[in-house]
Design a protein around this ligand. Structure first.
Ligand SMILES: [Zn+2]
Length: 408
């Protein structure tokens, strides 16, 4: 591939450093120079636009891209579920996200077909199915449905929401099965959740000894465990068992934040999904779900403040559900309101890349790193609503290839 210069833009490199004018040269999918384009260079003119690393969403559910009740009620064909997943993957790229970490719901085939370029989408790192305890968060079957029927909702290669384990041995088998089917990290639900009918936000799920089994299996493959967790007791169980990341973290208090810091455990707060669930037009969920959420946002804001003060690494994840996943950048807009647009950008780029374990390749605009980049039609650091508007992502470049944008 020839050299192309993305010229005339203002570079915000993902480190948090002040943006400055620079031209970026790409060859074979990699950034090879940052400086000033020579006069005879092949250029894409960015005309003063802000150029950032491609955004990373550390908490997505591509596999839940259809109306949720219909999907788990056997009302949709595999073809329709696939179509909805592929639509979400494509819209994710259009919104400026070049990498996502799928925290439960797709099977390895989806990762594979996007990586091969047969389906348009971002880089995808996936845990495959969520690991949940019998009847815990992640189980959406009816209370009286026989346990063994739950996994018949799986569609091999396409969708696999969760695997249930009743004890440590079953968990070990299930995580090995998840790796067999393409998982590159693990996610366990260690507390109750917001969406789901069989548990409470105050519950803890899996014992610390059980969580440690998953940590051991992940370590054996050179990877890590993240956990869905809202309450402190569940988070502490997980941190003591050796997990590397906490999703949601709604009730994190100062002692828990300090413990996370001591163990270098990262936090991925998820605000966009709260807004989505609170809006009856946006998502079709049981009304009791909205009642559960009433106080969640306030507590999650407090957890973010406490975790920041304790110097916990804080990433960014939208956790969007269902068919309406096109405005993934809402998570940056919400975080910008709570902190700053630059802080949101850093969390969504270099910090998320570190949490995902790919910080040497993506998340910053640096020589030697993959050319994953977005040029914004207006400056999102001046107005963070720009992050939330897919029309503002004028150029989206993944691995040096222009996936979106007019190159005339
Ligand atoms: Zn989630």
């Amino acid at each position: 591939m020839n050299e192309i210069w993305f010229a005339g833009g203002i570079v915000a490199d993902g480190s948090g450093a002040a943006p400055s004018p620079a031209d970026v040269c790409v060859r074979d999918g990699v950034i090879i120079r940052i400086g000033t384009a020579p006069a005879d260079a092949t250029t894409i003119d960015l005309d003063g636009m802000l150029l950032t690393p491609g955004l990373i969403d550390a908490h997505v559910h591509l596999g839940l891209s259809s109306p949720i009740r219909a999907q788990f009620g056997f009302q949709l064909s595999a073809a329709e579920i696939a179509a909805d997943i592929f639509t979400t993957a494509s819209r994710t790229l259009d919104a400026g996200f070049t990498t996502v970490r799928d925290t439960g719901g797709i099977d390895g085939g989806v990762v594979d077909v996007i990586a091969k370029g047969k389906v348009r989408g971002p880089r995808v790192l996936s845990c495959g199915p969520v690991q949940c305890q019998t009847g815990g968060h992640g189980y959406y079957g009816a209370a009286w449905e026989p346990t063994e029927l739950w996994e018949t909702h799986h569609i091999p290669g396409l969708a696999a929401l969760s695997l249930m384990a009743g004890n440590a041995d079953e968990l070990r088998r299930n995580v090995r099965e998840s790796f067999r089917r393409g998982a590159t990290f693990l996610k366990l639900c260690v507390t109750g959740g917001v969406v789901g009918g069989h548990d409470s936000l105050d519950d803890t799920q899996f014992t610390s000894a059980e969580i440690a089994v998953a940590v051991e299996e992940a370590a054996a493959r050179g990877t890590y465990v993240t956990v869905h967790a809202h309450n402190n007791a569940g988070i502490r169980n997980a941190v003591e068992a050796g997990v590397r990341c906490v999703e949601h973290g709604t009730d994190i208090d100062e002692p828990t934040a300090t413990l996370m810091r001591e163990h270098d455990v990262a936090l991925v707060p998820t605000f966009a999904v709260i807004e989505q669930i609170m809006d009856p037009e946006a998502l079709d969920v049981d009304p009791s779900t909205r009642d559960r959420l009433a106080d969640t946002r306030r507590r999650m804001v407090e957890a973010l403040r406490i975790s920041r003060a304790a110097r916990v690494r804080i990433g960014l994840g939208s956790d969007l559900l269902g068919a309406g996943q096109h405005r993934r950048g809402e998570e940056l807009r919400l975080r910008a309101e709570l902190e700053s647009p630059m802080q949101a950008l850093v969390s969504a780029t270099s910090v998320n890349a570190d949490i995902l374990g790919i910080g040497d390749d993506v998340g910053m605009l640096r020589v030697g790193m993959a050319a994953d980049m977005v040029a914004w039609a207006r400056n999102p650091l001046d107005d963070a609503r720009v992050f939330a508007d897919p029309d503002m992502a004028a150029f989206v470049v993944k691995g040096g290839r222009i996936m979106k944008g007019d190159t005339r």
